[in-house]
Design a binder for this molecule. Sequence first.
Ligand code: NAD
Length: 264
Amino acid sequence: MNDFFNLKGRVAIVTGGGSGLGVGIGSALGALGASVVLCDIKENLLEKAVADLKSEGIPVISTICDVTRPETFRATLDAAQKAFGTADILINNAGVTKSQDALDVTLADWDYILNINVKGLFECTQLFAKELIAAQKEGHVVNVASNGAKVTYSDQVHYCASKAAVVNMTQCLADSFAKHNINVNAVCPGAVDTDMLKGCMIATEQATGGKVTVEDCIRTWGPPQLGRLIQPVEVGRIIAFLCTPAAQMIRGQSINVDAGNTRF
Ligand SMILES: NC(=O)c1ccc[n+]([C@@H]2O[C@H](COP(=O)([O-])OP(=O)(O)OC[C@H]3O[C@@H](n4cnc5c(N)ncnc54)[C@H](O)[C@@H]3O)[C@@H](O)[C@H]2O)c1
């Protein structure tokens, strides 16, 4: 493995790292040589995630962190520093959704989604960038948006809007941090085989009175070109690549990771 495709000596924090995409991302970063810090609100999920990555030979620790509580992310930066040195990769993966008809959405629902997916993501990124700049280090941020930023999910108006905000924020922050050599990109995955997606499938089965079953969703929600759901590590590998020196010319982009299903 040459230096262009290598993350040896790098320290990566993955928010929402306890399950689903977070674990796949940690695994992909670790496979390229990074040390990994998984942080999440759910301690029980973190225990299994850490065990999984350790079994792959990846140096990994975990912290309890709620991205809407900056003091907990501050503690995560400190834990990373203590275990491995200053973190120089941040993967903003923590995110939530709620499947509901637009007519039923309340302002409290908007607050719940935007506080985590948008404001929490921003605050973690700001703290990370300040630490990196103080340490005079270069670094990478990758935001996990969604193809919902570009196409419509009629039962997730707030989620799609939050991910569109992440795509735009990625461009703004890439511009803003360029002078500090902090590269910011995003990925826009399609349907990835995780608990979040399973929750959306169950909601669809309920909303259609069983006309569309969870099994139907599993069969049809993946990119048609692929004929199956996307696996978390398949998104993780694109994210890991975006953090390598090879990806230096990719900046402020939101890369679709859905096997060619979304083309803009
Ligand atoms: N699954 C998909 O099809 C899909 C597609 C596109 C984008 N995404 C995005 O990928 C990311 C990961 O989703 P997933 O599918 O793995 O879902 P998931 O529910 O399996 O995992 C999300 C993780 O985030 C954690 N989390 C929730 N709120 C948090 C908070 N406030 N602070 C810290 N951690 C928190 C959860 O505990 C959970 O472990 C999300 O941003 C989601 O929007 C998912």
